[in-house]
Design a protein around this ligand. Sequence first.
Ligand code: SF4
Length: 115
Amino acid sequence: MALKITDECIVCSACISECPNNAIYEAGTEWAMADGTSLHGQITLHDGTATDAGSLHSPLSNDYYYIVPDKCTECQGFHEEPQCATVCPVDCCVPDEMYQETVAALLEKKEKLHV
Ligand code: SF4
C-alpha cells in the first residue's frame, strides 16, 4: 500500500529527497505524475481519472509534506524498506490503509512510472 504522512510531520524535509518516485511534495505545492518519472501523455489515475502526466494537480496538504498515492510504490524495486519511513525522525510516514496494494501491484506500478 502507499504510505501517507500524518499530522505529526514536523516539516523537516528529511524524506523528500529519499523518494525514488518523487511522490513526496512540500505543503501547498502542486504535483504531477511526470515529476521525477518517465511518464508522459495521457494516463489514468487509480481512481479512474484521465489526465496528462504533466498536468498539475492541487496539493493534497497545505500544512505538511504529503505523498501522492499514485506515485508511491513503498519503494518496491528500489529499496528493501520504505525510505521515507526509514529517515523520518518522528515516524510520521506510515502505511495508508486507503491504498491496499500487493507487492506485485507495487512492482507493476514502479515499472509504469519508470519505463
Ligand atoms: Fe516514496 Fe518510498 Fe516513501 Fe513511497 S515509501 S513515498 S516510494 S520514499
